[in-house]
Design a protein. Sequence first.
Length: 245
Amino acid sequence: MAPAGGPERLQKVMANAGLCSRRRAEELLRAGLVQVNGQPAQLGDKADPASDRISVAGRPLATAPEPLVLLLNKPMGVLCSCRDPHGRPTVLDLVPMELRQGRGLHPVGRLDADSRGALLLSNQGDLTLRLTHPRYGHRKTYRVWVQGHPSVATLARWRQGLPLDGRPTQPVGVRRVSTRADRTCLEVVMGEGRNRQIRRTAAILGHPVDDLQRLAIGSLSLDGLREGDWRRLDRREWQQLVQPS
């Protein structure tokens, strides 16, 4: 992590303050909604939150909140979002109000509504960036039940990485765990996470997913955490995820 203090890129300052993700901060900068010391800011500008007056859409940027990182065992049917206009349950609904109000807590990455398992909630911009960008190489482990019984050749194709949306995917680890009469349990380990990548890959190979559970994010595993429950990570646990490898 970068040392505290001194000017930093505005999208990082905004993310660290718990306002939004870096990607959303870049959108706000491009839209001209960010000002520093009364002057419009542009993408690439830097500021020091300790000495500069930063405002977003006319509102002063709040001081960075105390670092907060939670590991949640997300149930199926819960949206990986901060809010839903249709009133459907979100992951933040599973967290006490005192931990989400004014804390900038948000999901780190995504887990489909019809998937379940390990998900981090955080107000740390660095953590969000490092866990959602494939260049940092954090591996995520999944237990996946697929229909039918994939052959050795099919699993070899999966390991190589199938093209999605016209672009190649990274190689993944796939091993057979167990089989039943009409389906197979696989362990899938991967370092990138495109939109519904496991489900789309399995469907292309002719073995649609029946159940998908994320078991671990890097070295952090559910380790007995019940579905719908969460625990707060201590600084040592989450800092190891943002240290340069």
